[in-house]
Design a protein around this ligand. Sequence first.
Ligand code: FCB
Length: 468
Amino acid sequence: MSSQATTTAPAGPPRAIPELAENFTWGVATSSYQIEGATDVDGRTPSIWDTFCRVPGAVVNADNGDTACDHYRLMPEDVRLIADLGVDSYRFSLAWPRIQPGGKGPINPKGIAFYDRLVDTLLERGLTPWATLYHWDLPQELEDAGGWPERDTAYRFAEYAEMTYEALGDRVTNWTTLNEPWCSAMLGYHEGIHAPGRKNFGDALHAVHHLLLGHGLAAQRIRAKATNELNLGIVLNLGHGSAATESELDKEAARRSDALGTRLYLDALVHGRYPEDLLAELPSHGIALPVLDGDLETISAPLDLLGVNYYSSHQFSGTDERGGTRDADGHPVVRPVPFGLPRTAMDWEIVPSGLTKLLLRIQRDYGVPTVVTENGAAFDDRVAEDGSVPDADRTSYLARHLAAVAEARAGGADVRGYFAWSLFDNFEWAEGYAKRFGIVRVDYDSQRRTVKDSGAWYRDTVRLTRGG
Ligand code: FCB
């Protein structure tokens, strides 16, 4: 597959998007480890990402989050920049090893103080905070004790969530528990390409259950403490899957992918059950989910919102390139087949129509209000001689996906907001700093921020849509 980004049609000048004018939150998003740096100050202990970055070959260029965007230090200026973009909300995540070093014991006053200042600074500038409790930076000590495949990690998470909510809940009403548990479990414990780098499918499925349980327990604790308004949910990475052809084999492949990527999470969270078809297949992998009595009730307590992170969609074939139907382990083949569409620098196909279909499907099958908590694209940006960043590819990506959200809304999906990923170029996990997702460029040598053309386009689109 080519890693070449292909240019799509230019977006045209910013204009109002009438379908997104009312009751709609506009924001930008980041996460702690990807931007903060300052990994060894004010009592913070290492997270699994600090450790993973030191594994030779784990991260492109041997990059790490030690400095990242230096946001821990530059926070006040960064918040000013967010306000200048004219958005109303900022989605960020809280670093567990700052707030509760080692993942156990009392709150760390210096660690929580940073988020306290961040929240106050946002509010002073008229920005609404959207806090994510966990965006992948598990305290290393908890991984040493077994990590997410261990049930105890779910209880630890609930404790951390409660102490964090107690500290900030008087000012923060929008909370999500986990960011993309699929990535934590599958990339971290099965594929081994994200921290902690384990490769065991059984561990990954145990991790899924304990992540979801952690969400449910945290939600219980937060709701019990809440005295003011609360908008509480979870963030999933989702796409719209389809069968590559009408063949039964391809339809089966699409069903399998949907079970493991979507229904495993949403059926549990919304309907309080794991998908029957997946449960029936797990014994062939020698796996049983570690579900105890009452877990699914805990997991399926009502959600105020579902955060949807959308980047691409896939169609699936049940045969490999040579027509075989079983993989090396004897399991049925589930092979993504390219649509032949332009791709981003991540090699992800650009499929805006998948976002419309996904949002309508969530409305139909699950009936929960959604917020697009991440959407955006990496491209190999070029800095022009005048210092500007003419990233027409990214602008086009944003424009087409916003149009897709508008279409879903017009079709009856209860979508309540959109957050561009990302505010900044930042530490893109295993890709290090090589992949740039920002609508604001970061020069990592000088830490200078430059609003890219896409950032200016987004700012004008928000203004025009909100009637400014
Ligand atoms: C999502 C992550 C986010 C970022 C984008 C590109 O899966 O939540 O941190 O890496 O992908």
